[in-house]
Design a protein around this ligand. Sequence first.
Ligand code: TYD
Length: 208
Amino acid sequence: MTARGKFISLEGGEGVGKSTQVKALAGALRQRGIEVVITREPGGSDGAERIRELLLTGSEDRWGPQAEALLFAAARADHLDKTIRPALDAGHWVLADRFIDSSLAYQGGAGELGIEAVRSINAFGIGDDFPDRTLVLALAEGGARARARDNEDSDRIGGRPEGYHQKVDLAFRLIAAEEPGRVRIIDASGLPDEVTQRLVDALEDLLP
Ligand code: TYD
């Protein structure tokens, strides 16, 4: 029987270099002989990519807070069914660019719903398949600067006010403090290679 793969999610606020690090971390894992499937949220399956479009385009008031959180949760349930669980069952590792902790931080901590309410609506779709490890890229300072730089092509959520994004950063730190076994804060400053090495180090106990 093939051993089930490991499920890793990468998280962080806007402008912390997450997309670059997802690719670099996948490369580092593949060098160790691990088969890696890269995926992303919102999206990662046909149905969830359709929901992504609904969530990230249009006016701010297109969705109220509850509908927005439920759409993210629905997309996530489909992403798990169609992409993540089959890959894990086949023995591959899954590297997800965002997963439930984005909902906890954005809709829960920064939005008005609260982390607990968002955790419970997501638990229905996720069941036991929480990530084995969640790595949150964080900049001690400079988050605001990075966001200002990225602001021109921001989407419906990325374009929310600075105060919202500060609450997102704070919520990620809160979640990491609550679940230290699963969630680790990774310093995103310095050269990209240095950051990748920190990510690999934070997976040491899971590596074959
Ligand atoms: P994306 O273009 O994937 O941005 P990034 O490069 O920052 O990952 O857009 C995803 C946006 O959706 C981003 O602003 C974070 C937000 N988001 C939530 O608010 N809740 C969620 O559950 C997820 C997965 C993403």
